[in-house]
Design a protein around this ligand. Structure first.
Ligand code: DQA
Length: 152
């Protein structure tokens, strides 16, 4: 089972960026925690981070062409602005889970819109780095259920 974990703009600055909101641990620590958890449950996690909207669209399309099984995505600020990323998720129709490190529901009004929410199985918000691990678990359970239904 292959899952692509996509992180959007400024998430490469975890640890530096507003540590009171996003924590003190850096991006590499996030990747390690996800890779460890994925390894423990038999998931092959691959990673992509970009500060550029089009590059994220390309990564979503490539996930389809590379036959990735599912996507975990934190589109960061593009959550609240990007029709292109939402359209890409709809286009490839891969199972996807949206993650936010902070509890966006309790933050500014402009963060209350998510263009991707209608394109994902679930949204995990406000759980810190652990939210990504939960997202992997949700995707794995979904993919296993689908495989069971189709008798694989
Ligand atoms: C974020 C929340 C977004 O509103 C913000 O723009 C981010 C990170 C989060 O992980 O909490 O960059 O997606």
């Amino acid at each position: 089972m292959r899952i692509l974990v996509i992180n959007g703009p400024n998430l490469n600055l975890l640890g530096i960026r507003e540590p009171d909101i996003y924590g003190k641990e850096d991006y590499n620590s996030l990747l390690r925690q996800i890779a460890d958890h994925a390894g423990e449950i038999g998931v092959d996690a691959q990673f992509f981070q970009s500060n550029h909207e089009g590059a994220i669209v390309d990564a979503i399309q490539n996930a389809y062409f590379d036959a990735v099984d599912g996507i975990v995505i934190n589109p960061a600020a593009y959550t609240h602005t990007s029709v292109a990323i939402a359209d890409a998720l709809k286009a490839v129709a891969l199972p996807a889970v949206e993650v936010h490190i902070s509890q966006v529901e309790k933050r500014e009004a402009f963060r209350q819109t998510s263009y991707v929410r209608d394109c994902v199985l679930a949204t995990v918000s406000g759980q810190g780095f652990a939210g990504y691990l939960q997202a992997i678990d949700i995707l794995k359970a979904h993919l296993e259920e689908k495989a069971h239904e189709s008798g694989i």
